[in-house]
Design a protein around this ligand. Structure first.
Ligand code: ADP
Ligand code: MG
Length: 321
Protein backbone atom coordinates (compact mmCIF):
# COMPACT_ATOMS: atom_id res chain seq x y z
CA UNK A 1 0.00 0.00 0.00
CA UNK A 2 1.34 3.37 -0.91
CA UNK A 3 -1.19 6.11 -0.39
CA UNK A 4 0.04 9.38 1.08
CA UNK A 5 -0.95 8.37 4.62
CA UNK A 6 1.39 5.37 4.41
CA UNK A 7 4.17 7.61 3.10
CA UNK A 8 3.63 10.10 5.92
CA UNK A 9 3.56 7.34 8.53
CA UNK A 10 6.59 5.55 7.17
CA UNK A 11 8.85 8.44 6.25
CA UNK A 12 7.64 11.64 7.88
CA UNK A 13 6.73 10.60 11.38
CA UNK A 14 9.79 10.91 13.58
CA UNK A 15 10.05 9.57 17.11
CA UNK A 16 12.14 12.33 18.70
CA UNK A 17 9.84 15.24 19.44
CA UNK A 18 10.36 18.44 21.41
CA UNK A 19 8.34 18.76 24.58
CA UNK A 20 6.78 22.09 23.54
CA UNK A 21 4.61 20.27 20.99
CA UNK A 22 0.97 19.83 22.00
CA UNK A 23 -0.09 17.93 18.87
CA UNK A 24 1.78 16.97 15.70
CA UNK A 25 0.67 14.84 12.76
CA UNK A 26 -2.71 13.26 12.20
CA UNK A 27 -4.96 16.26 12.73
CA UNK A 28 -5.58 19.26 10.46
CA UNK A 29 -3.03 21.44 12.25
CA UNK A 30 -0.11 20.99 14.55
CA UNK A 31 -0.18 22.74 17.93
CA UNK A 32 2.93 24.10 19.67
CA UNK A 33 3.43 26.27 22.74
CA UNK A 34 6.09 28.90 22.08
CA UNK A 35 7.90 30.30 25.16
CA UNK A 36 5.97 33.18 26.77
CA UNK A 37 8.67 35.82 26.64
CA UNK A 38 9.91 35.20 23.09
CA UNK A 39 8.84 36.15 19.58
CA UNK A 40 8.29 33.66 16.76
CA UNK A 41 10.21 33.94 13.49
CA UNK A 42 8.81 32.07 10.48
CA UNK A 43 10.25 31.42 7.02
CA UNK A 44 9.73 29.08 4.05
CA UNK A 45 11.85 28.05 1.09
CA UNK A 46 11.15 25.76 -1.84
CA UNK A 47 13.68 23.62 -3.68
CA UNK A 48 12.59 22.48 -7.16
CA UNK A 49 14.39 19.75 -9.04
CA UNK A 50 16.34 21.17 -11.98
CA UNK A 51 16.08 24.71 -10.62
CA UNK A 52 17.62 24.61 -7.16
CA UNK A 53 19.56 21.39 -7.54
CA UNK A 54 20.71 19.32 -10.52
CA UNK A 55 18.31 16.43 -11.24
CA UNK A 56 20.81 13.75 -10.22
CA UNK A 57 21.41 15.22 -6.73
CA UNK A 58 21.26 12.56 -4.02
CA UNK A 59 18.18 12.40 -1.74
CA UNK A 60 20.53 12.92 1.23
CA UNK A 61 21.86 16.18 -0.21
CA UNK A 62 18.37 17.37 -1.15
CA UNK A 63 17.02 16.75 2.36
CA UNK A 64 20.02 18.39 3.95
CA UNK A 65 19.94 21.45 1.73
CA UNK A 66 16.16 21.92 1.91
CA UNK A 67 16.47 22.15 5.67
CA UNK A 68 19.68 24.22 5.74
CA UNK A 69 18.45 26.98 3.45
CA UNK A 70 15.59 27.53 5.88
CA UNK A 71 17.83 27.38 8.94
CA UNK A 72 20.04 29.93 7.23
CA UNK A 73 17.08 32.33 7.03
CA UNK A 74 16.38 31.81 10.73
CA UNK A 75 20.10 32.36 11.49
CA UNK A 76 20.05 35.56 9.42
CA UNK A 77 17.65 36.98 12.01
CA UNK A 78 19.20 35.37 15.07
CA UNK A 79 16.39 32.86 15.71
CA UNK A 80 16.83 29.51 17.44
CA UNK A 81 15.07 26.93 15.25
CA UNK A 82 12.35 24.80 16.85
CA UNK A 83 9.83 23.33 14.36
CA UNK A 84 9.40 22.73 10.65
CA UNK A 85 6.62 21.68 8.33
CA UNK A 86 7.38 19.83 5.09
CA UNK A 87 5.33 20.11 1.90
CA UNK A 88 6.72 17.57 -0.52
CA UNK A 89 5.69 16.82 -4.10
CA UNK A 90 6.91 13.48 -5.45
CA UNK A 91 6.77 12.16 -9.03
CA UNK A 92 6.23 8.61 -7.71
CA UNK A 93 6.70 6.50 -4.60
CA UNK A 94 10.33 5.40 -4.64
CA UNK A 95 10.91 3.68 -1.30
CA UNK A 96 14.69 3.79 -1.51
CA UNK A 97 14.67 7.48 -2.34
CA UNK A 98 12.17 8.25 0.44
CA UNK A 99 14.10 6.21 3.00
CA UNK A 100 17.35 8.03 2.20
CA UNK A 101 15.65 11.46 2.18
CA UNK A 102 13.84 10.75 5.43
CA UNK A 103 16.92 9.42 7.27
CA UNK A 104 19.01 12.48 6.47
CA UNK A 105 16.16 14.84 7.30
CA UNK A 106 15.59 13.16 10.65
CA UNK A 107 19.31 13.08 11.55
CA UNK A 108 19.81 16.72 10.63
CA UNK A 109 16.72 17.82 12.54
CA UNK A 110 18.03 16.01 15.63
CA UNK A 111 21.36 17.83 15.42
CA UNK A 112 19.51 21.10 15.94
CA UNK A 113 16.75 19.86 18.26
CA UNK A 114 14.07 20.65 15.67
CA UNK A 115 10.83 18.69 15.24
CA UNK A 116 8.87 18.01 12.05
CA UNK A 117 5.30 18.85 13.09
CA UNK A 118 3.25 18.58 9.88
CA UNK A 119 3.10 19.16 6.18
CA UNK A 120 1.53 18.10 2.93
CA UNK A 121 2.30 15.26 0.51
CA UNK A 122 1.34 15.47 -3.15
CA UNK A 123 2.20 14.02 -6.55
CA UNK A 124 4.00 15.97 -9.28
CA UNK A 125 7.48 17.13 -10.27
CA UNK A 126 9.88 16.78 -7.34
CA UNK A 127 9.66 19.84 -5.13
CA UNK A 128 10.32 20.34 -1.44
CA UNK A 129 9.01 23.23 0.62
CA UNK A 130 10.09 23.51 4.22
CA UNK A 131 8.66 26.10 6.53
CA UNK A 132 10.86 26.69 9.56
CA UNK A 133 9.88 28.36 12.80
CA UNK A 134 12.08 29.55 15.62
CA UNK A 135 12.23 32.18 18.31
CA UNK A 136 14.39 34.87 19.87
CA UNK A 137 14.11 37.43 22.66
CA UNK A 138 11.51 40.09 21.87
CA UNK A 139 13.05 42.98 19.92
CA UNK A 140 16.52 41.38 19.73
CA UNK A 141 16.33 40.02 16.17
CA UNK A 142 18.92 40.76 13.47
CA UNK A 143 17.42 42.78 10.60
CA UNK A 144 18.35 44.12 7.17
CA UNK A 145 17.32 47.65 8.03
CA UNK A 146 19.58 48.25 11.03
CA UNK A 147 23.00 49.00 9.50
CA UNK A 148 24.52 52.31 10.65
CA UNK A 149 27.08 54.51 8.92
CA UNK A 150 30.54 53.60 10.25
CA UNK A 151 29.64 49.96 11.02
CA UNK A 152 32.13 47.37 9.81
CA UNK A 153 30.79 44.73 7.41
CA UNK A 154 31.69 41.09 8.13
CA UNK A 155 31.02 37.73 6.52
CA UNK A 156 31.30 34.23 7.94
CA UNK A 157 33.23 31.49 6.12
CA UNK A 158 34.35 31.83 2.49
CA UNK A 159 32.31 33.20 -0.39
CA UNK A 160 31.88 31.69 -3.85
CA UNK A 161 32.74 28.04 -3.29
CA UNK A 162 29.20 26.92 -4.13
CA UNK A 163 29.27 28.88 -7.40
CA UNK A 164 32.46 27.04 -8.38
CA UNK A 165 30.92 23.74 -7.29
CA UNK A 166 27.91 24.34 -9.55
CA UNK A 167 30.13 25.38 -12.46
CA UNK A 168 32.23 22.26 -12.07
CA UNK A 169 29.05 20.13 -12.29
CA UNK A 170 27.49 22.04 -15.20
CA UNK A 171 30.76 22.09 -17.18
CA UNK A 172 31.52 18.47 -16.22
CA UNK A 173 35.04 19.37 -15.11
CA UNK A 174 35.35 16.13 -13.11
CA UNK A 175 38.25 17.53 -11.13
CA UNK A 176 38.62 15.86 -7.71
CA UNK A 177 40.34 18.98 -6.40
CA UNK A 178 37.03 20.84 -6.73
CA UNK A 179 35.14 18.31 -4.59
CA UNK A 180 35.08 20.65 -1.57
CA UNK A 181 33.25 23.27 -3.66
CA UNK A 182 30.62 20.72 -4.72
CA UNK A 183 30.32 19.85 -1.04
CA UNK A 184 29.68 23.53 -0.20
CA UNK A 185 26.96 23.61 -2.88
CA UNK A 186 25.20 20.50 -1.59
CA UNK A 187 25.91 20.80 2.11
CA UNK A 188 25.77 24.42 3.21
CA UNK A 189 26.20 25.10 6.94
CA UNK A 190 23.56 27.42 8.33
CA UNK A 191 25.35 29.58 10.91
CA UNK A 192 22.73 28.98 13.59
CA UNK A 193 24.95 28.80 16.70
CA UNK A 194 26.93 31.87 15.71
CA UNK A 195 23.78 33.88 14.95
CA UNK A 196 22.26 33.02 18.33
CA UNK A 197 25.27 34.73 19.95
CA UNK A 198 25.59 37.50 17.38
CA UNK A 199 22.38 39.16 18.48
CA UNK A 200 24.15 40.12 21.70
CA UNK A 201 26.44 42.36 19.63
CA UNK A 202 24.70 43.31 16.39
CA UNK A 203 21.27 44.34 15.13
CA UNK A 204 21.92 43.81 11.43
CA UNK A 205 22.47 40.69 9.33
CA UNK A 206 21.36 38.87 6.19
CA UNK A 207 22.24 35.45 4.85
CA UNK A 208 24.12 35.34 1.57
CA UNK A 209 21.83 33.18 -0.54
CA UNK A 210 21.68 35.10 -3.84
CA UNK A 211 25.29 36.36 -3.83
CA UNK A 212 26.97 39.04 -1.73
CA UNK A 213 26.24 41.87 -4.20
CA UNK A 214 22.49 41.23 -4.08
CA UNK A 215 22.28 40.46 -0.38
CA UNK A 216 24.49 43.26 0.92
CA UNK A 217 22.50 45.36 -1.58
CA UNK A 218 19.37 44.50 0.43
CA UNK A 219 21.03 45.80 3.62
CA UNK A 220 22.06 49.00 1.83
CA UNK A 221 18.55 49.54 0.49
CA UNK A 222 16.68 48.67 3.68
CA UNK A 223 19.05 50.59 5.95
CA UNK A 224 19.18 53.58 3.55
CA UNK A 225 22.95 53.78 3.58
CA UNK A 226 25.91 53.01 1.34
CA UNK A 227 28.60 50.34 1.64
CA UNK A 228 32.16 49.96 0.48
CA UNK A 229 33.62 46.49 0.08
CA UNK A 230 37.30 45.80 -0.64
CA UNK A 231 37.45 42.88 -3.07
CA UNK A 232 40.93 41.96 -1.81
CA UNK A 233 39.39 41.33 1.63
CA UNK A 234 36.71 38.88 0.40
CA UNK A 235 37.54 35.50 1.96
CA UNK A 236 38.23 32.83 -0.66
CA UNK A 237 39.01 29.18 -0.04
CA UNK A 238 42.23 27.65 -1.30
CA UNK A 239 40.08 25.56 -3.66
CA UNK A 240 38.58 28.71 -5.15
CA UNK A 241 42.10 30.08 -5.72
CA UNK A 242 43.12 26.79 -7.31
CA UNK A 243 40.08 26.95 -9.60
CA UNK A 244 40.96 30.40 -10.95
CA UNK A 245 44.59 29.45 -11.40
CA UNK A 246 43.79 26.27 -13.27
CA UNK A 247 40.70 27.31 -15.26
CA UNK A 248 40.74 31.12 -15.52
CA UNK A 249 44.33 32.29 -16.20
CA UNK A 250 44.75 33.05 -12.51
CA UNK A 251 42.09 35.71 -12.86
CA UNK A 252 39.56 35.84 -10.02
CA UNK A 253 36.03 35.97 -11.47
CA UNK A 254 34.26 38.28 -9.02
CA UNK A 255 31.07 38.14 -11.05
CA UNK A 256 30.90 34.37 -10.46
CA UNK A 257 31.90 34.56 -6.80
CA UNK A 258 29.65 37.41 -5.74
CA UNK A 259 26.48 37.10 -7.83
CA UNK A 260 25.83 33.37 -8.18
CA UNK A 261 24.65 32.68 -4.66
CA UNK A 262 24.13 29.52 -2.62
CA UNK A 263 26.79 30.52 -0.06
CA UNK A 264 24.48 30.49 2.98
CA UNK A 265 27.03 32.43 4.96
CA UNK A 266 26.02 35.40 7.11
CA UNK A 267 26.81 39.00 6.25
CA UNK A 268 26.46 41.27 9.29
CA UNK A 269 27.45 44.71 10.46
CA UNK A 270 29.14 45.68 13.71
CA UNK A 271 29.80 48.87 15.56
CA UNK A 272 33.61 49.12 15.93
CA UNK A 273 33.53 48.67 19.70
CA UNK A 274 31.84 45.26 19.32
CA UNK A 275 34.41 44.00 16.84
CA UNK A 276 36.92 42.35 19.18
CA UNK A 277 34.21 40.61 21.24
CA UNK A 278 32.65 39.08 18.11
CA UNK A 279 36.03 38.03 16.71
CA UNK A 280 36.73 36.27 20.01
CA UNK A 281 33.29 34.63 20.01
CA UNK A 282 33.81 33.34 16.44
CA UNK A 283 37.27 32.01 17.36
CA UNK A 284 35.77 30.01 20.21
CA UNK A 285 33.39 28.42 17.70
CA UNK A 286 36.24 27.85 15.25
CA UNK A 287 34.29 29.88 12.69
CA UNK A 288 36.17 32.13 10.31
CA UNK A 289 34.81 35.67 10.10
CA UNK A 290 36.28 38.42 7.93
CA UNK A 291 35.81 42.18 7.79
CA UNK A 292 35.20 43.05 4.13
CA UNK A 293 34.29 46.71 4.31
CA UNK A 294 32.28 49.45 5.92
CA UNK A 295 28.81 51.01 5.89
CA UNK A 296 29.04 54.49 4.40
CA UNK A 297 26.92 57.57 3.74
CA UNK A 298 24.96 57.62 0.48
CA UNK A 299 22.95 54.84 -1.15
CA UNK A 300 25.42 52.79 -3.21
CA UNK A 301 27.21 49.51 -2.74
CA UNK A 302 30.75 49.95 -4.09
CA UNK A 303 33.06 46.97 -4.61
CA UNK A 304 36.58 48.32 -4.94
CA UNK A 305 39.52 46.43 -6.54
CA UNK A 306 43.27 46.72 -5.81
CA UNK A 307 43.59 49.68 -8.16
CA UNK A 308 40.97 51.60 -6.22
CA UNK A 309 38.39 51.25 -9.02
CA UNK A 310 34.78 50.34 -8.35
CA UNK A 311 33.85 47.09 -10.15
CA UNK A 312 30.56 46.79 -12.07
CA UNK A 313 28.49 43.61 -11.83
CA UNK A 314 26.28 42.57 -14.73
CA UNK A 315 24.05 40.29 -12.74
CA UNK A 316 22.73 41.52 -9.43
CA UNK A 317 22.22 38.02 -8.07
CA UNK A 318 20.11 34.96 -8.72
CA UNK A 319 16.50 35.77 -9.60
CA UNK A 320 13.76 33.39 -10.75
CA UNK A 321 11.90 35.44 -13.38
P1 ADP B 1 -5.41 17.48 5.25
O1 ADP B 1 -6.01 16.80 4.08
O2 ADP B 1 -6.29 17.63 6.42
O3 ADP B 1 -4.68 18.72 4.88
P2 ADP B 1 -3.18 15.79 4.95
O4 ADP B 1 -3.74 14.54 4.38
O5 ADP B 1 -2.53 16.73 4.02
O6 ADP B 1 -4.29 16.48 5.81
O7 ADP B 1 -2.15 15.39 6.07
C1 ADP B 1 -2.48 14.53 7.13
C2 ADP B 1 -1.58 14.80 8.30
O8 ADP B 1 -0.25 14.45 7.95
C3 ADP B 1 -1.54 16.24 8.74
O9 ADP B 1 -1.41 16.28 10.15
C4 ADP B 1 -0.29 16.77 8.09
O10 ADP B 1 0.30 17.84 8.81
C5 ADP B 1 0.59 15.55 8.08
N1 ADP B 1 1.52 15.55 6.93
C6 ADP B 1 1.21 15.50 5.61
N2 ADP B 1 2.30 15.48 4.84
C7 ADP B 1 3.36 15.53 5.68
C8 ADP B 1 4.77 15.54 5.50
N3 ADP B 1 5.33 15.52 4.28
N4 ADP B 1 5.55 15.62 6.59
C9 ADP B 1 4.99 15.64 7.83
N5 ADP B 1 3.69 15.61 8.08
C10 ADP B 1 2.86 15.56 7.03
MG1 MG C 1 -3.24 18.73 3.36
Amino acid sequence: MNNEFDIIKKYFTFSEMRDDIVLAGGDDCAIVSPPDNKQLLITADTLISGVHFPENTSPEDIAYKALMVNLSDLAAMGATPAWITLAITLPDVDDTWLRRFSNTLSETLNLFNISLIGGDTTKGKLSITIQAMGFCEIGRELRRDKALVGDKIFVTGNLGDASIGLKSIVEKLEDAELESCVERLNRPDARVKFAEQLLNYSRCAIDVSDGLVADLGHIVESSQCGAQVMLSDIPLSSTARYYFKRYNNNDVDWELLLTQGDDYELCFTLNVDKESAVIEMAEKMALKITCIGEITEGDKLLCVNNKGDSVKFYSSGFTHF
